[in-house]
Write a protein that binds this ligand. Structure first.
Ligand code: 2HA
Ligand code: ZN
Length: 267
């Protein structure tokens, strides 16, 4: 058994917070990440702390008994990798709340978005048993795009697919988009989980993006790809002389790479 800060996934998660800050996507305390530990990883944890139970209502059934690595409320991603004991912790999900097993020293608590993370994990696990990770950040260009584009799943997905050939291969399931909403409450959690029933990426208008995945690398890669497309969209939308990748060309890519794009988007 090892101290939780030495677990590979904890180190990877801490590194990712720094990478995202370097991208300019996690100013101040922006962003939050959670990761479902495997049975093997749980066995590794040396439980040195006195567990602390915290009540939380309406826990999804399929999460009870699972362990999550999760970032702390108010944590600055610029600093997380050097302050893991206070800014990253491990919780065990219970029927009536959760127990802090490791970390969150100095009375810290999990992210204010914890309920959204739980609902999002629950929705994705229903569809994909390999699901493990939720990453939220304030990726710049996709946030910019929500000021100049319709806030609609179909048209936003089509615009992103049209910017970079790889997009339709990386996220054939498209993106979901939510209108502006207050963050951190049950309403945005439920709306996000609803979108995640048929795609892995949700864009929160005038706020940021959330991606799910089977690994930290997988979820982050989705955000990078969406944001790259959004960057090209933002840099060209008022000066373009072509319409970007056509429907016919998108279908050719899907055919060659044997991917099935979400229906109803390529009309
Ligand atoms: O954790 O990004 O959405 C801070 C946020 C809230
Ligand atoms: Zn945010």
């Amino acid at each position: 058994m090892i101290k939780y800060t030495k677990i590979t996934a904890v180190k990877e998660l801490a590194d990712l917070t720094y990478t995202m800050w370097q991208m300019g996507w996690d100013e101040k305390n922006g962003g939050n990440i959670s990761y479902i530990l495997s049975q093997e990883e749980i066995k590794e944890i040396y439980k040195e702390q006195k567990p602390q139970f915290i009540e939380l209502k309406n826990i999804p059934n399929n999460l009870v008994g699972r362990y999550l690595i999760i970032t702390a409320s108010g944590s600055n991603f610029r600093l997380v990798k050097d302050t893991i004991e206070t800014t990253i912790g491990i919780i065990k999900i219970e029927q009536e709340g959760y127990t802090i097993i490791a970390g969150f020293e100095n009375n810290n608590k999990p992210t204010s978005e914890i309920y959204m993370h739980l609902l999002a994990h629950s929705a994705r696990l229903e569809i994909d048993p390999a699901h493990r990770v939720i990453v939220h950040n304030h990726a710049t260009e996709i946030s910019e795009m929500t000021f100049v584009h319709e806030l609609d799943d179909k048209t936003l997905t089509r615009s992103l697919w049209g910017m970079v050939t790889e997009c339709i291969i990386v996220f054939p399931d498209g993106v979901g988009v939510l209108p502006w909403m207050v963050c951190g409450n049950e309403e945005i959690g439920k709306a996000t989980a609803e979108k995640l029933k048929d795609c892995r990426i949700v864009i929160w208008a005038h706020h940021g993006i959330l991606a799910s995945g089977s690994s930290l690398n997988d979820a982050f890669g989705l955000i990078e790809t969406v944001n790259k497309a959004a960057k090209i969209y933002m840099n060209t939308f008022d000066k373009r002389i072509t319409k970007g990748i056509t429907n016919q060309q998108l279908l050719e890519v899907c055919d060659f790479f044997e991917v099935t794009p979400k229906s109803g988007i390529i009309e």
